[in-house]
Design a protein around this ligand. Structure first.
Ligand code: AMP
Length: 138
């Protein structure tokens, strides 16, 4: 399947759709997931077109993972999370719903289940405050 430049993350990257931005480099952008599975659920996307892991430029992938590491550290600190889960889905059979490569960063706590994938939109004010809280821990 060819990369669709009208996917929602491509629109966010072009500034055509809003996002609660957490962090940014020349190569990648981190922002809050609007239908989080847990409080603090953050996404990191490369700025280059890539549908999934398989077609990503390895150099850009490396730059993106550096951003994942930086943001995961800030999320851990901001939410005082004992565990951080990183998820990355490739293809609809794996559950991918947005076809621009992205990494999920999710704080995890013993015994605290996370919500279903991409189901319930979060209060924008809450997302705004979470983004701010994470930025302060960068
Ligand atoms: P995946 O199923 O791995 O492709 O994940 C896509 C993620 O993007 C889901 O967790 C959605 O909640 C999230 N999502 C969808 N639209 C937006 C959006 N406009 N801004 C931020 N996150 C979004």
């Amino acid at each position: 399947m060819a990369y669709d430049p009208n996917n929602i993350f491509a629109k966010i990257l072009r500034g055509e759709a809003p996002a609660f931005t957490v962090y940014e480099t020349d190569h990648a952008l981190a922002f809050m997931d609007i239908m989080p599975q847990v409080d603090g659920h953050t996404l990191v996307v490369p700025k280059n077109d890539a549908e999934n892991l398989h077609d990503a430029d390895p150099v850009i992938l490396g730059e993106t993972i550096k951003v994942v590491q930086t943001v995961a550290g800030a999320v851990k600190k901001a939410f005082d999370a004992p565990g951080i889960m990183i998820a990355q889905l490739n293809g609809s059979a794996a559950g991918q719903t947005v076809f621009h490569l992205h990494f999920h960063i999710m704080p995890r706590f013993q015994g605290l289940e996370f919500k279903l994938h991409a189901r319930s939109p979060e209060d924008p004010e809450k997302l705004k405050s979470f983004a701010e809280k994470i930025r302060q821990c960068l």
